[in-house]
Design a binder for this molecule. Structure first.
Ligand SMILES: *[C@@H]1O[C@H](CO)[C@@H](O)[C@H](O)[C@H]1NC(C)=O
Ligand SMILES: *[C@@H]1O[C@H](CO)[C@@H](O)[C@H](O)[C@H]1NC(C)=O
Ligand SMILES: *[C@@H]1O[C@H](CO)[C@@H](O)[C@H](O)[C@H]1NC(C)=O
Ligand SMILES: *[C@@H]1O[C@H](CO)[C@@H](O)[C@H](O)[C@H]1NC(C)=O
Ligand SMILES: CC(=O)N[C@H]1CO[C@H](CO)[C@@H](O)[C@@H]1O
Length: 317
């Protein structure tokens, strides 16, 4: 009962707030991880059709497909792996591309997440940048992504990240979205982060590029406020420490686990709603937005039948 009321509430909020409350910097993001076994079935057996993000008025503005990796270097030539570690052109995951196209035609930007905790990707780029960058660039072009998220969870370097960002800007153009997805600690602490070895404060201050928005190479940061790198999504305080560390609120998206199977630090929707409402009040139109990881499990810990019903998070954004 409570939950059907919530869904209704969002529909009303959507109708009445609409674009009046939408701000230039707010992003409403859902990550879409691969369904099990490379099929279009989610963990719970529900068809995983992401076009519901549009048809159900979720107010989602960006989708991040997660994730792409680089294959084993002994394989030749190098290629990009996608869901279930299948080559990105596998017929088993081909069902997603028409859905991606449909989202894009309805104004939703779709990004490819690259890297993660998979050991191959970042190590391969360190070993031989030119060899392994080529298939990554090709995949971004072939599937017409609107942007890329660099998820650096194994050792890389700040200089390497800047080089990769500049190369992507040069090859894809200054409108191509370039994001990174550090855990909260990596944003609030100075120096090289223990997770991925990137100095995000240095990178944000030094990663400039004249023709990009705000002259910044990174479009924004998808902050992970869960899974051990900051598990405080039940209050605004951890987001505030990131802003206090020097990041403009418009550059940091408040990212949460949308079910406990997606990482520690999960909280119910009512708690998240309270946190984002407070952040929105504090930072106003400067607040960078919110994300949920991930689509397949969204709302299942809240007793919701469908992932799109988790859209309550975005009602006040
Ligand atoms: C979310 O928070 C706002 C502000 O406190 C409140 O008006 C709204 O009813 C809440 N929505 C839900 C579904 O809890
Ligand atoms: C996707 O799901 C539909 C039913 O929801 C099914 O008919 C189809 O065969 C599935 N496709 C794949 C690749 O598993
Ligand atoms: C997903 O939904 C869209 C829109 O309703 C539909 O056109 C498409 O066939 C669906 N895809 C699958 C695999 O169910
Ligand atoms: C997928 O791409 C590889 C190159 O990376 C190519 O060798 C292969 O033929 C392609 N497969 C399909 C089904 O297009
Ligand atoms: C060249 C340059 O702009 N260097 C700056 C990089 O960012 C740090 C702060 O993190 C500044 O102290 C440097 O001046």
């Amino acid at each position: 009962m409570v939950y059907s009321y919530w869904s209704l509430f969002c529909a009303l909020a959507f109708a009445s707030y609409s674009s009046a409350s939408a701000t230039t910097s707010t992003r409403n993001i859902i990550w879409v991880d691969g369904p099990d076994q490379g099929t279009n079935q989610t963990d719970s057996g529900t068809p995983d059709n992401i076009t519901q993000l549009v048809t159900e008025n979720t107010r989602v503005t960006h989708v991040i497909l997660s994730s792409a990796h680089l294959n084993n270097p002994t394989d030749a030539p190098p290629y990009v792996n996608f869901w279930s570690d299948l080559p990105i052109n596998s017929s088993k995951t081909a069902f997603i591309w028409p859905q991606v196209k449909q989202l894009q035609q309805n104004g939703v930007k779709v990004l490819l997440s690259f890297g993660g905790a998979d050991d191959g990707s970042w190590g391969h780029l360190l070993d031989n940048f030119a060899k392994f960058y080529a298939p990554l660039l090709q995949a971004l072009k072939d599937y017409e992504f609107d942007g890329i998220d660099l998820d650096i969870e194994t050792d890389y370097t700040t200089a390497g990240a800047l080089q990769l960002l500049e190369k992507l800007n040069d090859d894809m153009g200054s409108d191509f979205i370039l994001t990174m997805s550090p855990v909260q600690d990596c944003l609030s602490e100075s120096g090289d982060c223990s997770f991925g070895s990137i100095n995000y404060q240095y990178l944000d201050n030094n990663g400039s590029y004249p023709d990009r928005a705000n002259s910044k190479l990174v479009s924004w940061y998808n902050g992970q406020f869960y899974a051990g790198g900051g598990d405080g999504a039940n209050s605004p305080s951890e987001y505030e420490t990131v802003v206090d560390a020097g990041f403009d609120a418009s550059r940091v998206v408040f990212g949460v686990a949308d079910c406990s199977v997606d990482g520690s630090g999960w909280y119910p929707l009512s708690t998240y709603n309270s946190t984002v409402t407070q952040l929105r009040e504090k930072y106003g139109s400067d607040f960078g937005g919110a994300f949920g990881w991930d689509w397949n499990n969204a709302g299942s810990c809240d007793g919701l039948a469908h992932p799109w019903q988790w859209r309550v998070l975005f009602c006040n954004l």
